[in-house]
Ligand binder design. Sequence first.
Ligand code: ADP
Length: 788
Amino acid sequence: MTWQPGKLGWRLLPGTATALVVGLLFKLSAWYPLEQLSYQALFRLRGPTAWDKRVVVVVIDDASLKALGRFPWSRQRYAQLLKVLTKADASVVAFDMLWSEPSAEDTQLASAMEQHGRVVVAQARDDTGVPLVPTPLLQEAAIAVGHILKHKNLGNLTQQVDLQIPEQAALGIAAVQSYGLVQAPVNLPDLKQPFWINWPGPVEEATSYSFVEVLKGQIPPQAFKDKIVLVGLTAIGFDPLNTPFNSNPATGGVYEHAAVVHNLLRQNPLHRVPDYWLVPILLFGGPGLSFFLSHWRFRLRFGSWLCLSVTWVGLSVLLLWVGYWLPVALPLALFTGTLGTTLLCEQLRMSALLQRQVKHLWQTYTPEVVLDNVRSLQPTLANYLQQPVLVQQASQLAALAEQLGRSQSAQAAIARSLSSGLLAADLDGLVWFCNPVAATLLQIQVGDRLDDHLVPQWLSKAQWQADLQSLKAQQPMSVHELHRGEHWLELKLEPLFYQPLTGETAGQMQPLDGLLLILNDITERRLIEQMKSELVALVSHELRTPLTSIQGALKLLQTGKLGTLPANGQRMLDIAAKNTNRLMRLTNDLLDLERIESGTVSLSQQCCQIAALLEQAAAVMQTLADEQSVVLAVHSVSANVWVDSDRLLQVLINLLSNAIKFSHPGGSIWLNAEFRTEALEHGRTIELKSQGAERSPHLSEVGQHPAPYLLIRVTDEGRGIPADKLEAVFERFQQVEAADAQQKGGTGLGLAICRTIVQQHGGHIWVESESGQGCTFCLTLPSHINHC
Ligand code: ADP
């Protein structure tokens, strides 16, 4: 099983990865050069602050070298300087220069140092680590020795000072300590901690005097009174020092000690934010930031990144004012990296999603919509294997879109030109397509709700609900025939599936996506049917009168009252009489059927005793049953029903007559009537037969609770009806065997008449049979016709 990050995982992933990389680079000191640049920039943004006036620097500058000769100088010069400074009452004099080699003038210098009393001298180490200490004479004369070793900065800028190395405090510390002996003592920081210089400003703003000018007495003595005087080189090429304010050109190393003394006197060294603070910064700028960025749009993302970066820089400048140094390069790199990886990650996800989607669309719709010739014509598809994946997929998508667009407009054009009304809607009834015919007939347009226009003008609420249920259950749908003005319209609903059936889904019940409504104008069909009925009625009627007289004449001839015919003549007469009778029956049946179907004969319903009706039908058929040696048994509930008794009798007689005709001698026939409420075993059969009916009469409004109904059954033990004919026998002129008409004297119209009569009563009729084992004709009458 492969692990897939969840939604939250995807949001945190880019930031977390960036934070890890940025943290690792920090561990490898990779940010140092950038951090130095930002350190310099921060100081420049903050701007200069005033140097402490208690610090005075006497610089051995280019002018001094020019006036006093090349360096190194005789130590006598320093003795002369000390004399001037002693006279001027300088509190402390600290020399940023090494006097480790003994010299003839050492005695003179030592005596000047002793005379002043608070002279600090410097010591250092050479490249091999050997200490370079002042000559014993000078060391003795000095009040303190301070080291002038540079901290091993990674870059050019001087940021840090080691206040104490194992043997020695720094020159600045020694000077401030000596200063404390004559002036107010100065609090010193923990000498073991790294000391970060808080640069006050450019060295040009510090109080500095040229060595030569001091020697020449050009500087008033007050300038040195009670001051810490630092003496060092600033001439080009000696001991260069880069500060945030003096980096190009560099200044002299003496100002490093001047800045340290300044910071100590002002008690304002720089506080660097400890490394452990990077953890919350990494968490905030990594996963935290990517969580928010992934929620936002591009502009907001970019804006928030910019805002965050500017705020961070602003905050860093503000904090620098109060002596705190925030890292800047790392957080800015972190924010930018997180923005970048968030965009990248999203791009990758989108492209993966797109690829999946295109693959799915291509696999699903290619066989349906992309024609073979289009596939081969498509230039990008032709060299498809040489293309990079995205280009390949873009081509596929374009081919699909083009073909879908074409087929969509072709289908829409076809639908528009149809004479039928066509409308497509989602399952919630929202119309998304309708052709002009449907739009005019239903007064509807795309975006409307179908049921608002259909119910109750076209269908009752119950019919609409029942149709929707059948649609969802994917059952056969009712067809509604409706009269609108001059027109007859046929309205039917069809299920709609947006996904074509694939090999995997074939055979499964697919979830329904929507519905199709089809409206056909059947006025013409109706008119033709009506004309046909009228014609049949006319012909039948015109046949009946001459037939009646032929029948009467033949009967008279058969009686022999008009003379006896020879045997041959008598046989011919019998045949003629039999065929005339058949023709008469056929004419009567046809006339009956057309009358009932055309609605010219309306039912005359009344309250009838069902048991009595059954008895009456049996009594009529008793003689025929006796002739065929068939036993007739009647069993009925005693109840009143609201029916047209003559028509129902006609149905029962027809069913009994068929049962007798097709029974074997000695067989039995049962005529039953009972009330039922439960769903029929052949409920499905009822549904099928209900097509064309306005609604199923045995279902209550929502079609869930069947109402009571009367079930009448005629069962025989005759030859039965084969399964494939069970439905056909109810159609006109349909007989199981071609010889039935001749042998049994039927017309093939009896059952068609029965079905029409039963349906007029709102009931159903069907037959159940196993060939050779008799059959049962069932008919139901709904209880709501029981008004008695
Ligand atoms: P017909 O006038 O021919 O009886 P019907 O419409 O009443 O016309 O019957 C149609 C056909 O159905 C019959 O010709 C016969 O083939 C078949 N049929 C009807 N009732 C039965 C039955 N009880 N047993 C077997 N076949 C039957």
